[in-house]
Design a protein around this ligand. Structure first.
Ligand code: AMP
Length: 208
């Protein structure tokens, strides 16, 4: 199954994509993680992406489209994948149609007031990239790999606001885009992680 995850920053795309990756045995492809790795490794793509990411802006379409096209051509994507963070503009969605046909766009819908509090309490593992909410996790170490937890630079309050504005302007129109194509399924998440997992699973088997 080829799935696109839509949703505001902090809606829980990464958490649910990781969960589904284990259950469905298909890779989670997070463009944000790919850029963070490229920045750590100081590759040309990383150098291009860094200034945009630090400001909470989107990396230019052509950079991200080329990166995703190359990734989807890899062997592990043959039986499907979960795209987490791509497409983020209508231009990216249109470009993807040239090299991929998706089965479902799963829209993770979370009330705005939850998003801001989640993003400010989000911490990420420097070792494996797992995410934690510090209000629920009583340690500065990852419980999976023991790595140090850190706060992403773009999860600081000023950048959070900018990212949410960018989401509304550039990414939210994709909800209507995929609805018109008959590919949209909405998962409204208001419960505990376990309850939300169930809602996401159910959303895989329906369309709005
Ligand atoms: P994320 O981890 O998905 O929140 O992404 C972090 C940052 O990476 C975003 O704020 C953008 O600067 C950049 N980024 C990730 N995916 C994309 C994309 N599809 N298009 C443009 N920029 C992206």
């Amino acid at each position: 199954m080829k799935i696109v995850f839509l949703g505001a920053p902090g809606a829980g795309k990464g958490t649910h994509a990781q969960q589904l990756m284990k259950e469905l045995g298909i890779p989670q492809i997070s463009t944000g993680d790919m850029f963070r790795r490229a920045i750590r490794e100081e590759t040309p793509t990383g150098l291009q992406a860094k200034s945009y990411m630090d400001k909470g802006e989107l990396v230019p379409d052509e950079v991200v489209i080329a990166m995703v096209k190359e990734r989807l051509a890899e062997d592990d994507c043959k039986n499907g994948y979960i795209l987490d963070g791509f497409p983020r503009t209508v231009a990216q969605a249109e470009a993807m149609e040239e090299f991929a046909t998706i089965d479902l766009a799963l829209n993770i819908d979370v009330p705005a007031e939850l998003i801001i509090s989640r993003l400010s309490s989000r911490r990420m593992c420097a070792g494996c990239g797992a995410t934690y909410n510090i209000t629920l996790h009583n340690s500065d170490k990852c419980s999976t790999c023991g790595g140090e937890l850190y706060q992403r630079d773009d999860d600081k309050p000023e950048t959070i606001r900018k990212r949410l504005d960018v989401y509304e302007e550039k990414t939210a129109p994709l909800v209507a885009y995929y609805r018109e194509k008959g590919l949209l399924s909405t998962a409204t998440l208001l419960g505990t992680i376990e309850e939300n997992n169930e809602v996401v699973r159910a959303a895989l088997n329906k369309k709005d």
